[in-house]
Design a protein around this ligand. Structure first.
Ligand code: FAD
Length: 385
């Protein structure tokens, strides 16, 4: 059996590694000549960590993961701690620790595991066509590639998605802008082993430790889509949006490098039930695009890859039926993750200000139990729980 994989992001690389693990050959095609991940870092929660362990990257992941042992919420003006607790109960419950990692290091780890020279870069697929016993990808450069099945890991703007769904899926603006980047760890910003988040006015400023003595930081602000803001105005924009916020937030704005800070308008896509059509399967953001509010988009792609490989291991099912089995195992799970993130997004970003005010008040009563139990519930839904 030979699989064609389109896209060499988290989803494509995990799919290729997972299929190899169960004896299926893949060829990976990637549109760009060199992958430059959009975004500075991501948190890999225990459900994603278990998938990477299963795919043979246990030690490599630990080497790039940050020492995140506690979680804290702070008041935006006074920096008073609203709640602070250990993440150890999460580790005990799920059996793994979460690892925040730099995206570039995660991407390098995946590429190295698979083999960089085995990815065909600069190959942008424009369409796919299915025959009775094969599937063909057509590339912008006029070439084609055929295989027994095709896994579309071409991200949220997937060009293959429409041929699976039979209709286009519109991206939905979630109502906020996220800026993210990396800075050196400095305890005047936050404690080095904490995931610290300042909250107020429907906005967030968050810092998470990654390896190499760095914080992954992000700022969220509810804003209209399409504002004329870029790197040149970045520091002034953040200073304006976070005027009156506590000293650590002002330090962070002063310390960040606008040249390496990303500005992203956050979107998701209404979940859909169909993830496969014949010999073609969607995986990762092509199959489910979520807001990053519960940090699960990449973890879900890792889960998809593991489940897909498990489904394709069957000796008794045809390729089409194995892919339907993948869909059966994944569609509800990914729908739940997208909707859970959307709900969290609305609470955090003051879609209804009264609900957000209530959430801030609730944080003062929080001892960690409720937050950790919500995280554990999400994690337990993974395939290797
Ligand atoms: P992508 O990473 O988009 O990769 C798609 C690949 O396909 C790209 O390399 C692209 O060049 C290639 N491609 C596209 N079109 C074509 C084509 N036509 N032909 C060939 N190749 C093509 N997830 C988490 O788990 N934890 C987090 O903490 C987290 N934080 C996030 C924070 C932000 C601000 C954002 C925006 C997302 C976050 N995510 C997080 C989500 C995560 O980044 C995505 O879910 C993940 O990157 C999806 O991987 P993917 O491989 O499906 O898609």
């Amino acid at each position: 059996m030979k699989a064609i994989i389109i896209g060499a992001g988290i989803g494509g690389m995990c799919a290729a590694i997972a299929l190899k693990r169960c004896g299926i050959d893949s060829v990976v095609f990637e549109a760009v000549k060199e992958i430059k991940p959009v975004g500075a870092a991501i948190s890999i929660w225990p459900n994603g960590v278990k998938c990477l362990n299963y795919l043979g990257m246990k030690d490599a992941l630990r080497a790039i993961g940050g020492p995140m042992h506690y979680m804290a919420y702070k008041d935006y003006q006074s920096a008073e701690t609203l709640t602070q607790f250990s993440l150890e109960p999460l580790v005990q419950d799920s059996g793994e620790r979460p690892y925040p990692v730099a995206r570039a290091e995660l991407q390098a780890m995946l590429l190295d595991n698979w083999g960089r020279d085995k990815v065909q870069f600069g190959k942008r697929v424009s369409r796919v066509e299915q025959q009775s016993d094969s599937v063909t990808a057509y590339f912008d450069d006029g070439t084609t590639a055929s295989g027994d099945l095709l896994i579309a890991c071409d991200g949220t703007h997937s060009v293959i998605r429409q041929s699976v769904l039979g209709h286009a899926a519109e991206r939905r603006y979630a109502g906020y802008v996220n800026w993210n980047g990396l800075v050196e760890i400095d305890e005047s910003l936050a404690a080095a082993d904490h995931w610290t988040t300042f909250v107020g006015e429907g906005k967030r400023v968050s810092l998470m430790p990654i390896a190499g003595n760095r914080f992954y930081f992000f700022f969220d602000v509810p804003l209209p889509k399409g504002l004329a803001e870029d790197r040149r105005s970045l520091r002034d924009d953040l200073s304006r949006y976070f005027s009156g916020w506590a000293a650590p937030v002002q330090h962070l704005i002063a310390q960040l490098n606008p040249e390496t800070t990303n500005r992203v308008e956050i979107h998701d896509i209404e979940p859909f039930a169909r993830l496969v059509h014949g010999r073609v399967a969607l995986l990762g953001d092509a199959a489910h695009s979520t807001t990053p509010d519960i940090g699960q988009g990449g973890c879900a792609a890792m889960e998809d890859a593991v489940v897909l490989a498990m489904a394709l291991q069957s000796n008794s099912l045809s390729i089409e039926d194995s892919l339907l089995r993948y869909q059966l195992k994944r569609a509800d799970r990914v729908k739940e993750l997208v909707l859970k993130a959307r709900k969290r997004c609305d609470v955090t970003h003051a879609k209804d200000p009264a609900v957000t005010t209530e959430w801030y008040a609730g944080l003062r009563q929080e001892n960690g139990d409720r937050i950790i139990s919500g995280m554990c519930e999400t994690i337990q839904g993974g395939p290797l729980a």
